[in-house]
Design a protein around this ligand. Structure first.
Ligand code: PMP
Length: 358
């Protein structure tokens, strides 16, 4: 039996994609072999690599003046790759809106003069701070944001104005869930394991020119220019994860693309937030304008009830609802592949639990 898995990542993948991949597991597209066994220099894999890129370009409307690469190491490796590829004046400005944004800031501090332009730490990360371009140093090499904060459940709405500074965004937990104007960004990166594919592949989208002059200390494998030149095939790529990304991109295109999935995502999140806001039992502490449509944290009246909620929900096929250990409570991660029925079932359970425990 399949369950509704509310994990923050790795997360649910679309069922039709899993079924297709299962059917093709032993022999991909008539090749007589699995993608897991295939040379990355073979024609079938080169076709997968190329289609994954072209579909991502189409889905995100990525302008021609941007390179797209598929790399390894997860988003965490990009916390280091970003300063190593971009720093020239030896200054970088960070907006700290959560645990991963802070990790990115700390990594950058190993390679450059990293400063915090704004932070919502004092507010317990329950909001995205209002940003103005004069908060950033004019001679910084870039400004870094985390677009959707997975643990605390906040998100930006559009790209903030960072003046002339290239804007770098960690989009790990929202890529392809809502429309984004890529032309406003210098660099976008995202790990796959939420909206895209199993863990393994990391997407990096870089405006042409920005990757041309990395720090001499930047290791070959972290140089975006290395992978750009080789179309992500410099060394053995995370082939199976990229193949599944291609299948997820095909699925998303078939669903009507990012605009269509955004509408569904807003409906799903809207249902859940409306229910929480109208309940005297459950609370979401995030400022309304900053609420994520991918990660919805909430608490019941006590920690004991939170633990009971998570345990009983799992018996009903509603899995991985425990909040991150740093914030406690519950968190429902409702990425693209979470069906509306999963949200309805969760709300039904929340009602029942409230009635039995208030
Ligand atoms: N950034 C964000 C916003 C994340 O949610 C995560 C992982 N949950 C990471 C970075 C780290 O990603 P990875 O595990 O792929 O390094």
């Amino acid at each position: 039996m399949r369950v509704y898995n509310f994990s923050a990542g790795p997360s649910m993948l679309p069922l039709p994609v899993l079924e297709k991949v299962q059917a093709q597991f032993l022999s991909y597209d008539g090749t007589g072999m699995s993608v897991t066994e295939m040379s990355h220099r073979s024609k079938p894999y080169e076709a997968i690599n190329a289609e994954a890129e072209s579909l991502l370009r189409e889905l995100m409307n990525i302008p021609a003046g941007y390179d797209v690469i598929f790399v390894q190491g997860g988003a965490s490796t990009q916390f280091e790759a970003v300063p190593l590829n971009l720093v020239k004046n030896k200054k970088a400005d960070y907006v700290v809106t959560g645990i991963f944004a802070e990790k990115a800031f700390k990594e950058a501090g190993k390679f450059t003069d990293a400063a915090i332009a704004a932070s919502s730490k004092e507010q317990g990360f329950t909001e995205i701070p209002a940003l103005k371009k004069d908060m950033f140093r004019a001679d910084a090499d870039y400004a870094h944001i985390c677009y959707n904060n997975t643990i605390v459940g906040t998100r930006y709405r559009g790209a903030p104005d960072t003046g002339a500074l290239p804007l770098v965004a960690d989009m790990s937990s929202m890529i392809l869930s809502e429309e984004v104007d890529v032309s406003k960004f210098g660099v976008i990166y995202a790990g796959a394991q939420k909206n895209v594919a199993p863990a393994g592949v990391t997407i990096v989208i870089v405006k042409k020119g920005l990757a041309d002059d990395p720090s001499p200390a930047c290791p070959t494998m972290m140089r975006w220019a290395t992978q750009i030149k080789e179309h992500s095939l410099f060394n053995t790529p995370p082939a199976f994860s990229t193949y599944m990304a291609m299948e997820v991109f095909r699925w998303l295109k078939g669903m009507g693309g990012v605009k269509a999935i955004q509408k569904i995502n807003e409906e799903k999140a809207g249902m859940l937030y409306d229910f929480i806001d109208n309940s005297a039992f459950y609370t979401n502490k995030v400022k309304k304008e900053s609420r994520s449509i991918m990660n919805v944290p909430f608490v019941s009246p006590s920690e004991e009830l939170d633990a009971k909620f998570v345990a009983e929900a799992s018996k009903e096929g509603l899995l991985t609802l425990k909040g991150h250990r740093l914030v406690g409570g519950m968190r429902a991660s409702i990425y693209n592949a979470m069906p509306v029925e999963g949200i309805k079932k969760l709300i039904g359970f929340m009602k029942k639990f409230e009635k039995e425990n208030k």
